[in-house]
Design a protein around this ligand. Sequence first.
Ligand code: NAD
Ligand code: IPM
Ligand code: MN
Length: 355
Amino acid sequence: MRNYKISIIKGDGIGPEIVDEAIKVLNAAAKKCNFELNYKEYLMGGIAIDTTGVPLPQETVDGVLNSDACLFGAIGGEKWDTLPRELRPETGLLKFREEMGVYANLRPAIIYDELVNASTLKPEVITGVDIMIVRELIGGIYFGKPRENDGFKAFNTMVYTKPEIVRIGKTAFELAMKRDKRVCSVDKANVLEVSQLWRDTMNELSKDYPEVTLSHMYVDNAAMQLVRNPKQFDVIVTGNIFGDILSDTASMVVGSIGLLPSASTGDKTAIYEPIHGSAPDIAGMGIANPLATIVSAAMMLRYSLNEEKAADLIEESIKSVLKDGYRTKDLAAYDAKEVLNTSAMGDVIVKYVSR
Ligand code: NAD
Ligand code: IPM
Ligand code: MN
């Protein structure tokens, strides 16, 4: 029987709640499609600080490197916000992404027909939205040096080298070739040198992809266009911080941040993670939407394990569950026949996957 090693990082806040549901669903899909998943759990973030003193234990890095794929929930919380930066949960996550070399963060924003009324935007604006945000994940201002805060003056550095831009650009163009063949590169080239290099490099790279139409947009306009007319976008490629902000915006086009999955891929083990955070305001209440994590798990099956059938099965089951009116609280105001807690949502998806 096909057998895979999956590393699991639940993290903080709602992390454990949503990852538990994804594991339930993965097990159901594996059973149905005749393969085996062997999980091993590792610590990262606040829970790792509390347990081991550091946000990213070496054991986690080694364990994930030794696995076929990693499913990750979310980290962070107020409790750890006052620690020195190098000890904060978020620093652990960034170091983790860097260690795994996951330069390409794919964040699909696809509207479910069943949820067109769930968005704060009008149905006619969002019906049919299918955007792939390709966010550069291990460079830019998040990692640039020098960086400092001496209490009077603080600064960070937004830096990209040409090879880094080419690498993420290729990911975007290759993806576009399998989609509607349109790439919109988002930058701030009217102000920033780093964005000018980004834009020039994308233009150069586009010569290798004559079938793909490349356009450019400034990030401020892109934020506006995403809510004005999201259907104009196919693939968006952008740097680390712009991609972070634009993907949270895109999540509300789709209806809830609890819906947006992601795949962080690169040279080593890929990480599958919802785009949202640890949601401390609802942690422990059993109301978090597990769908972003469950869809991330489906992406893991498709991209890292080549278990396409199982991935399809999960995605189709989610559509049926939504069609039949099951909703978590974040989407409860719209066409809900039954509002479920986090665990009951996992259970109903398991039921649909298993039937
Ligand atoms: P957040 O994404 O955690 O929450 C923003 C809002 O969305 C909150 O109101 C929350 O309740 C809601 N929300 C998020 N996920 C949801 C879900 N699955 N179902 C229903 N509602 C959901 O962002 P924040 O509040 O800015 O950050 C909280 C903490 O999470 C911070 O410590 C931050 O650094 C961290 N964070 C971690 C990650 C990650 O681990 N990848 C991502 C973003 C933020
Ligand atoms: C995300 C998060 C992280 C990021 C934080 C927690 C470091 O917001 O995954 O989108 O900015 O990349
Ligand atoms: Mn974010």
